[in-house]
Write a protein that binds this ligand. Structure first.
Ligand SMILES: Nc1ncnc2c1ncn2[C@@H]1O[C@H](COP(=O)(O)OP(=O)(O)OP(=O)(O)O)[C@@H](O)[C@H]1O
Length: 339
């Protein structure tokens, strides 16, 4: 549905060129929601702007519904672009136009007849919950309401794909939740495929099926949201995970505890329950597990439980106990203390 094949974008600069996106590969199936997460300057905006060719990639190919749009000449792009809606962090509304006109004007500009413009504008304002705001101006709306207008404007073009460029970054946590709920609703009701960029792990957690971690223009890790949350491979991913759940004990405490065993983060997915397994482990092996921290992370497609456990005992017993628990489908990760 959305396919990026080895997409790179290089900006010329005075001394050195800037490789903003470096051979990115992305594949979003119809109806899925994928998210790209990265720190400031990682290349997220450039990447998403490449998808609808607001930025022309320097190399690589982009396919939308099987059509390679990177080979379409600029003057013939309008049709392809109409399949792709976009929402932005700054909403990009016309300040001097009413809410109604913000949605109606772009429709008129692409030649949609008057009756259809009215029908669509009313329909999508209703869907985003702003049926009573037709005659308001953007300055009279809250940030969340402005983003709802922007979403209605994008939907009114009846796109198959929605691109979201940090759509919730300017919003408070509660409003963010409500906008994410709205994106989930339109994804489910209209089957719209969504690709979003964000620097907020809670956005990924709540609505994404699949996630890409972007660092210095490169996708350094990608996977289903459950896989990435339960078994992160790269330090950047772990750091982002740290923003939603307290994952870190102090290195000095870990070093101290490691003298008498091992400090482990155990990750439980699906139906595996923590405590009975720990009890079983201590029955089978000469170890004493002690829970230091615990949390539950709810994802769009499942729940993950994390336990930070000190497994006290002789080295060999601890190793066998961890092997046993790993064989039961529990993720194990040794926490590092001070060197
Ligand atoms: N038009 C441009 N000309 C030159 N360099 C650019 C241009 N646009 C972006 N860059 C550079 O490309 C790199 C990636 O920028 P980009 O804005 O895509 O990152 P980002 O992850 O979206 O960051 P932020 O979250 O801060 O917006 C940065 O080094 C930036 O300076």
């Amino acid at each position: 549905m959305i396919v990026l094949e080895n997409v790179s974008k290089v900006f010329p600069a005075k001394n050195n060129e800037v490789i903003a996106v470096d051979k990115a590969n992305i594949h979003v199936k119809k109806g899925e929601i994928h998210g790209v997460i990265g720190y400031s300057g990682a290349g997220k905006s450039t990447l998403i702007r490449c998808v609808n060719l607001l930025e022309r990639p320097t190399s690589g190919k982009i396919y939308i519904n099987g059509e390679e749009i990177t080979s379409i000449p600029p003057h013939k792009l309008d049709n392809a672009r109409r399949k792709i809606g976009m929402i932005f962090q700054g909403f990009n509304l016309l300040k001097t136009a009413t809410v109604y006109d913000n949605i109606a004007i772009p429709l008129k500009l692409i030649g949609i007849d008057k009756a259809e413009v009215k029908a669509r504008t009313e329909k999508y304002l209703e869907i985003v919950g702003l049926a009573d705001k037709h005659q308001s101006y953007p300055s009279q709306l809250s940030g969340g309401q402005k983003q709802r207008v922007a979403i209605a404007r994008a939907l009114a073009q009846e796109p198959e794909i929605l691109l979201s460029d940090e759509a919730t970054s300017a919003l408070d946590p509660e409003t963010t939740e409500s906008i994410l709920d709205l994106l989930l609703k339109i994804n489910e009701e209209f089957g719209i495929t969504i690709l979003l960029i964000t620097h907020e792990m809670n956005v990924i957690q709540k609505i994404c099926d699949y996630v890409y971690v972007l660092e210095s223009g490169k996708i350094v890790e990608h996977g289903t949201t459950i896989d990435l949350f339960s078994n992160p491979q790269k330090p950047t991913t772990t750091k982002f995970l740290g923003t939603i759940a307290q994952r870190n004990l102090s290195p000095s405490l870990i070093s101290q505890l490691n003298l008498t065993g091992s400090v482990q983060r155990l990750t439980f997915t699906g139906d595996i329950a923590g405590e009975p397994l720990l009890a079983e482990m201590s029955k089978r092996f000469a170890v004493v597990p002690n829970i230091l921290a615990a949390n539950i992370i709810e994802l769009k497609n499942g729940v993950i439980g994390n336990l930070v456990v000190h497994v006290a005992g002789e080295k060999e017993e601890v190793e066998n106990a961890l092997l046993f628990i790993h064989e039961q489908g529990v993720g194990t990760e040794e926490l590092e203390g001070q060197n």
